[in-house]
Design a protein around this ligand. Structure first.
Ligand code: GTP
Ligand code: MG
Length: 269
């Protein structure tokens, strides 16, 4: 499936409509469509790129920018796992996408799972989206992104008392508290969506939930393969050294024997 026309998305009901996966990792056997929504500029496209292992300038990456970038829903299959399809949705709350036309435009109910991406302050739109999804009985995670900026700001604002763990705890608690106050129970993950931060905070946890190998697990695999190769090379060189030593010993033995034989021969004469 490719990107949709403004009207096409609504009318052209996708084949996966109504499908409910048992687990987010079901994409191993069948396609899973994950919508990424949230307020405009929160970092939706950036997160999709990072989850697909891409930077913003890479070929096939979703366009990102400081002004409204995503205008229409567009699918982005994972480059290595094409069954895992992310949908980059336009941001809610702009003049082009006010709340009252948003749901009609994006048809949230058609996706298998949703990531709500929120940044800086918790907004009315964040709560509204979460409430709609809960009412639709649609699985979703609440992703609080741009944590790197919050940490840097807090360090600047409170140089004497800055503590990264406290900043993370405060943000997580704030999101949970506001969601719960609105009657919503959701999993909150606190991340930076930038590719260079994919090993930090809750991003590896999000990747694991989606069944995407994390840089950490890939690191273990690389370490395992490298140690196997190194052990093999060591064994190989040991065998070579043994063979060399064996040959040298044989040479020495032959020389000594020849020398002794020569001496004996001379004495006999
Ligand atoms: N520091 C930091 N910047 C981010 C992060 N996520 C996104 N950005 C930046 O924020 C800007 C907007 O990001 P996008 O990914 O385009 O946001 P979006 O939600 O897709 O925007 P729209 O499609 O316009 O709704 C870009 O300049 C990104 O580089 C993050 O986690 N940390
Ligand atoms: Mg975007």
């Amino acid at each position: 499936m490719t990107s949709c026309s403004p009207s096409g998305f609504q009318e052209d009901t996708p084949a996966w409509s109504g499908h409910k996966p048992h687990s987010l990792r079901d994409w191993h056997s069948e396609p899973i469509h994950i919508a990424v929504t949230g307020i405009a500029g929160s970092g939706k496209s950036t997160l999709i790129n990072t989850l697909r292992g891409l930077g913003p300038g890479d070929q096939g990456a979703a366009p990102v920018g400081v002004t409204e970038s995503t205008q229409q829903p567009k699918d982005y299959p994972h480059p290595w796992y094409p069954n895992l399809v992310f949908w980059d949705l336009p941001g809610i709350g702009t003049k082009l996408n006010p709340r009252h036309t948003y749901l009609r435009k994006i048809s949230l109910e058609k996706y298998d799972f949703v990531l709500i991406v929120s940044a800086t302050r918790f907004t009315e739109d964040d709560l509204w989206l979460a409430a709609k999804l809960q009412r639709l009985d649609k699985g979703f995670y609440f992703i609080r992104t741009r944590l790197d900026e919050d940490i840097a700001n807090d360090r600047r604002d409170h140089p004497g008392s800055h503590n990264e763990e406290n900043v993370i705890r405060k943000i997580r608690r704030d999101c949970l508290h506001k969601l719960n106050a609105g009657g919503i129970i959701a999993r909150v993950l606190v991340i930076s969506g930038r590719k260079e931060h994919r090993e930090f905070w809750d991003l590896p946890e999000l990747m694991e939930s989606l069944g995407i190998p994390t840089p950490v697990s890939r690191g273990f695999l690389t370490m395992f393969i490298s140690s196997f190769v190194v052990s093999f090379l060591l064994l190989f060189s040991c065998l070579n050294i043994t063979t060399c030593l064996h040959n040298v010993l044989r040479c020495i033995k032959r020389k000594v024997f020849n020398h002794t034989a020569g001496t004996r021969h001379t004495i006999c004469r």
